[in-house]
Ligand binder design. Structure first.
Ligand SMILES: C[S@@+](CC[C@H](N)C(=O)[O-])C[C@H]1O[C@@H](n2cnc3c(N)ncnc32)[C@H](O)[C@@H]1O
Length: 273
């Protein structure tokens, strides 16, 4: 499926981000303080949330786990290490996947973790291959949301579970507030329909839906606070223009969060009947 210029630009931005985050000890220190991990994470999934998700998915040594948009290995490699599951991690930016490969080698996970460059909308796996599927804040970073959920359904076994977090625009907003939310959220936050409806359209039954906006706001505020206090390091790793762009995006997100225009949710689903 051809990618738009906007999607390609976002993949490049993620690629740069993975290189910067994984090569700066200061940025990794911030990540430890905010999210409890040091993989170069770009989602808002904290270690506590990752542990909960591992439990919901029932991960263990016999589980075949797939993570879409796995970045530089968070939280897929962490969950593989903690639970002993067999993992496949896919994403598009090579820089992230290379960092994930290094981390898997360092953590002794190379034998049971496959790290593959692939599009979530065209997965290179046979049908029914996985018992557990996860993606953290990925659907709001891509256009082909429905195609990704369809692919997840195709590669899910009949007894599989899928969990994902996603950031969306709060409902019932005026046009002006909708615009502020869209500008403050992830690049492809706009969705043609509610995610519960999209899951139903793609062969999934929702088993749980939880609102984690408050946790997201708290994690975001901590992260932005550390970033502002370490702006010199951000300018060093990103260059002045990249740092200014990041801080401007953070400011827009802060405004949208303070005005309750964004929402972050976690969905759990199983293959429909
Ligand atoms: C918010 S990041 C999450 C990354 C990582 N899981 C984490 O928690 O740090 C979203 C990820 O989705 C990936 N992504 C965007 N479009 C994608 C696509 N079409 N297929 C697979 N991954 C994609 C991005 O490259 C990015 O790494």
């Amino acid at each position: 499926m051809p990618r738009t210029d906007g999607e390609q630009a976002l993949i490049e931005r993620f690629s740069n981000t993975y290189r910067h985050l994984t090569q700066s000890e200061t940025m990794l220190e911030i990540e430890r303080a905010v999210c409890g991990c040091d993989y170069g994470c770009t989602s808002w999934t904290t270690r506590e949330e990752a542990d909960d998700i591992g439990n919901i998915l029932g991960l263990g040594p016999a589980t075949r786990y797939l993570e879409i948009g796995a970045g530089s290995g968070w939280p897929g490699l962490y969950l593989a290490k903690r639970t002993g599951c067999e993992a496949a991690l896919i994403d598009l930016p090579l820089e992230g996947l290379q960092a994930a490969r290094k981390r898997a080698d360092k953590d002794g996970l190379a034998e049971r973790c496959r790290i593959v460059q692939a599009d979530g909308a065209a997965l290179p796996f046979p049908g029914g291959r996985f018992d557990a599927i996860y993606h953290s804040d990925v659907l709001c970073c891509l256009v082909e949301k429905q195609a990704v959920l369809e692919e997840c359904r195709r590669v899910a076994g009949n007894q599989a579970k899928m969990v994902f977090s996603v950031i969306s625009i709060a409902t019932g907003l005026s046009d002006a507030d909708y615009g502020t939310a869209a500008a403050g959220g992830p690049t492809f936050i706009e969705s043609p329909m509610d995610y519960a409806e999209m899951l139903a359209c793609t062969g999934w039954t929702v088993t749980a839906r939880g609102d984690v906006t408050a946790e997201y706001s708290e994690t975001f505020a901590k992260m932005f606070g550390f970033e502002k206090a370490n702006v010199d390091e951000i300018e060093r790793v990103h260059d002045a223009e990249g740092a200014a762009d990041l801080m401007a995006r953070r400011q827009r997100t802060l405004e949208a969060l303070e005005r309750n225009l964004l929402r972050r949710e976690i969905f759990a689903a199983v293959p429909a009947g």
